[in-house]
Write a protein that binds this ligand. Structure first.
Ligand code: MIC
Ligand code: SF4
Length: 642
């Protein structure tokens, strides 16, 4: 029986387990990436593990999220990260160089390699045929220490593409179409593997757009084969020697197939407040817009900015619409400057931002009150832009540029033929903002520099046999990590300071949550389906743990958040019968008996209502061991001390 591409790469990295779907496996990790917002915590943990140097083939530390410097906190973190990179053999991408995923695709991602990144959009690397997975910072720290990465062997979905995209229809519309069909929970425990004749029409950055935003379907990762298009891209990045052909076998067997005819696609848009609320742009045409943002790790490649620039050439943006542009890398900007296309953006009235995440994570450029903001980004969760009542829509660069000129949501196809533009045969490669690792001797002399905002890691105790307390909060389906642990310019600088950042847990849902939790000595959270979707931020677990949260009981979890809860000793449980969600309310006193947890069955007593409710979990033996000692770090430290 033939193999899928995913199976082939996983098989060559398998440390434990088999390819049987749903079984527990452990894979070797070749590369890691971190970004600054998750990186400080990941490196504090790496330091706590206590080894001299990273054990991976390649580890890169990027600075791209916390780039607004309104006081000392963010720059202190950058300096800490730079000193850590020098100390432990890590490449350091300096602030201003660009967004981690765009940069990693350009400079480091390799076909056939595994990449673990402390950011949920790490699957961008799937654009060159790498198995690239997002994880919590502690899992990435463990991978840097040479530990394998544990996951459930995913099912593999064949996303079979035929045809080619019409003018003004974009790679972004392909992933929006996938989201339209399967929604934000549709690919959980699955890998989306792209095949079919249509893939030959897509360049690597376009493939990167698709694998990047595959995260929004809940997929473990997404991947394209490594073919002649990959070869050309790597050669153009002066990395031709890293190319290997990697394709699925002709008779590969997939668990499911989704067919998309690219000829039939039209411009799509995700409405507030979920990337899964997909409509056609036509359906929303005419809605007045206040802001348009082009950029983010989904759509900030040279191809995307050239499209936007050439549409805007000789035009002026609508007088009631603000346009921002943030390139994914200096390489992108360098090309646009030399080709003259950068001028088209500036002349049209774009506000040029740093090469960083920027407005995507509420780091500046928050929209005005009640604004409609059209963004080429991947997430439009409530409040994420920094303005609670803003309405954020997600679109392609084509739709964004045309709409910025028109001042209203506009189907870009009304502009007729897509303007012509050339892509370079060779990219301008200049890695002078990536500091390579030092030799072990040089590294030994490096001092780690810590600012006053970098606080020690909190320590957590082993779990008792019984958990008792009050349900502090009950929430609905699809709660995101942005709900649990909000980001934005005010809160993100606190990522290295757990006591401070904990004060913002569930801020938009219930501002009293942190104080109530501390006052009651902690308690429980009840949730619906897909609890914890979105970001990889482990702060959505560490901060609730710090506030005393003992267990989270839901209908189902999102993958990365579930792993983060285990890593920090919060018990993640699910209802055996989802209807029982209705039998426990905020304020109820409950008791959970953990003595039977190894059997997979856990009893919860609702003491307030006099009910017994059966709970379960999907945790492996290893997960349970980590959980019961109060978190993964304790176990890893013990292992490395031996
Ligand atoms: C995001 O897009 O939500 C982030 C910010 O990149 C996060 C990481 C973080 O919270 O630091 C992610 O996607 O993992
Ligand atoms: Fe940065 Fe936004 Fe991409 Fe997250 S989704 S890595 S915040 S650009």
């Amino acid at each position: 029986m033939g193999k899928t591409l995913t199976e082939k790469i996983i098989e060559t990295h398998l440390i434990e387990g088999t390819l049987e779907r749903g079984s527990d496996i452990a894979i070797k990790i070749d590369q890691t990436l971190t970004q600054d917002a998750t990186g400080t915590m990941a490196y504090l943990q790496f330091e706590a593990i206590g080894i001299d140097r990273v054990q991976t083939e390649l580890s890169v530390s990027y600075v791209d999220h916390n780039t607004l410097q309104s006081d000392f906190k963010n720059p202190d973190d950058h300096r800490y990260l730079q000193s850590i990179a020098a100390k432990y053999g890590i490449y350091f991408s300096r602030p201003g160089n660009g967004i981690c995923h765009q940069l990693h695709l350009e400079r480091f991602a390799r076909p056939g390699r595994t990449l673990l990144g402390s950011d949920s959009h790490t699957p961008t690397g799937g654009g060159v045929g790498s198995i690239s997975i997002g994880a919590g910072g502690l899992d990435v720290a463990a991978a840097m220490a040479g530990e394998s990465f544990r996951l459930k062997m995913p099912q593999i979905v064949n996303v079979f593409l035929t045809g080619s995209l019409p003018d003004f229809v974009s790679a972004k519309d392909i992933i929006l179409e996938v989201l339209r069909r399967i929604g934000v929970k549709g690919a959980r425990s699955k890998v989306l593997e792209y095949t079919g004749p249509g893939i030959k029409t897509l360049s690597v950055p376009e493939r990167g757009t698709i694998t990047n935003m595959g995260t929004e379907t809940g997929a473990t990762t997404s991947i394209f084969p490594s073919d002649q298009i990959t070869k050309q891209f790597l050669e153009a990045q002066e990395r031709g020697d890293q190319w290997v052909e990697l394709i699925p076998d002709g008779d590969a067997v997939y668990d499911e197939t989704i067919e998309i005819n690219l000829n039939e696609l039209e411009p799509l848009i995700a409405e507030p407040h979920s990337p899964g609320n997909v409509k056609t742009v036509k359906e929303l045409e005419g809605l007045k817009i206040d802001q348009v943002c082009v950029g983010s790790c989904t759509n900030s490649s040279l191809r995307d900015l050239k499209i936007a620039a050439n549409i805007l050439k000789g035009k002026t943006i609508n007088q009631n619409t603000v346009l921002t542009v943030s390139a994914g890398s200096r390489q992108v900007v360098d090309h646009l400057i030399h080709s003259g296309e950068f001028a088209y953006l500036i002349e049209a009235g774009a506000r040029i931002l740093e090469n960083a995440c920027g407005p995507c994570i509420g780091m500046g450029l928050a929209p005005e009150t009640d604004a409609v903001s059209l963004r080429t980004f991947n997430r439009n969760f409530l409040g994420r832009s920094g303005t609670q009542n803003a309405q954020v829509y997600l679109v392609s660069p084509e739709t964004a540029a045309v709409s910025a000129i028109e001042g209203k949501i506009t189907d870009p196809r009304i502009y007729g033929k897509l303007p012509k533009f050339d892509m370079p045969k060779k990219f301008k490669v200049n890695d002078n903002m990536i500091i390579p690792p030092l030799t072990p001797e040089e590294a030994r002399k490096v001092e780690i520099i810590r600012g006053p905002n970098i606080k020690p890691l909190p320590e957590f105790n082993p779990l008792p046999d019984k958990l008792t307390g009050e349900v502090l909060l009950k929430v609905e389906d699809d709660i995101t990590t942005d709900h649990i642990m909000p980001a934005g310019a005010e809160i993100l600088p606190l990522r290295s300071n757990i006591p401070e950042i904990s004060k913002y847990v569930f801020k938009a849902i219930d501002e009293s949550f942190p104080d109530r939790s501390l006052a009651k000595g902690g308690g429980f959270i009840i949730g619906g389906d897909n609890y914890g979707q979105g970001s990889s931020r482990e702060h959505a677990a560490i901060a609730p743990k710090y506030l005393g949260i003992k267990a989270v009981i839901v209908k189902s979890f999102a993958r990365i958040h579930l792993a983060n809860l285990v890593n920090f000793g919060i018990v993640p449980l699910t209802f055996v019968n989802k209807e029982n969600y209705g039998k426990v309310e905020s304020g109820d006193k409950i008791e959970i008996d953990l003595t039977t947890i190894k059997s997979g069955k856990v009893n919860m007593k609702n003491l307030s209502k006099g009910l017994d409710i059966e709970l379960t979990h999907s945790l492996s033996e290893q997960d349970l061991e980590e959980l019961m000692v109060g978190g993964k770090l304790t176990l890893i430290k013990q292992k490395h001390l031996k």
